[in-house]
Design a binder for this molecule. Structure first.
Ligand SMILES: [Zn+2]
Length: 232
């Protein structure tokens, strides 16, 4: 029994020490498990972002491909138009007054913005003070006249080649001897100054579908656009 007590004591001590150190050893995982949710969340975040960016990428891809499809559908052989140009030329919009070529006196040829077809000679341009470029004659065969579909009884003028909207033609106003006023949106035309080479005309018969589409959107725009009601 002499040696047993110290042994027992030391066993108890060791047991107690073991339990203590076990608790100590167990604590850190506890505290680290306390911080682990944020760690896990941190670990999850990049995954989420990765998933997000993946879906964003695929969305972009879808958008790109749908844009491609659109541009494929909308593609035509004619000159690319800006939104403002398309609004007037394809959707029969009316440009604001006093824009572009309204008072231009430069000698040259006014061609169609969309297809390059020569439409008017500067020699036929006159000052009508109506706010838009005015011509009392067109280049022969270049301009098609048709009854406006908006019920105003006006005569619309369009490019004979591509069907692009130009403006309206009025008669009997006594401005000039020809008694005719082609009231044309500047944005529908491009002036090629005298002496400069005229660009090649882009023929319409290569793309009948786009002209049909333009005509369709023309009809839609004529009933919807409030700008058309402006006194032109
Ligand atoms: Zn044209």
């Amino acid at each position: 029994m002499k040696f047993r007590l110290p042994i027992l004591l030391s066993v108890v001590f060791l047991f107690a020490l073991g339990t203590y150190s076990a608790t100590r050893a167990f604590d850190p995982p506890k505290s680290s498990s306390g911080s682990s949710p944020t760690k896990e969340a941190d670990a999850e975040k990049p995954q989420e972002e990765a998933t997000k960016s993946d879906s964003a990428k695929s969305e972009e891809k879808t958008k790109k491909s749908s844009n491609l499809n659109k541009s494929k559908k909308m593609s035509d052989p004619f000159n690319k138009l800006t939104a403002d140009e398309a609004y007037v030329i394809l959707k029969k919009g009316t440009e604001a007054r006093e824009k572009g070529y309204t008072h231009t006196k430069t000698p040259g040829t006014y061609i169609c913005k969309r297809c390059n077809a020569p439409l008017y000679n500067s020699t036929d341009k006159f000052e009508s003070h109506c706010g838009w470029p005015s011509f009392d004659d067109e280049i022969k065969g270049a301009v098609k006249k048709q009854l406006e579909t908006d019920g105003t009884g006006r005569i619309e003028i369009v490019c004979q080649n591509c069907g692009g909207h130009l403006g309206h033609v009025f008669q009997g106003e006594q401005y000039t001897a020809k008694n005719t006023r082609h009231c044309v949106n500047s944005i529908s035309m491009k002036l090629i100054p005298e002496g400069k080479e005229l660009p090649e005309v882009i023929k319409a018969d290569k793309e009948k579908d786009s002209t049909k589409a333009a005509e369709k959107s023309d009809k839609k725009a004529s009933t919807e656009s409030p700008i058309l009601k402006s006194g032109k």
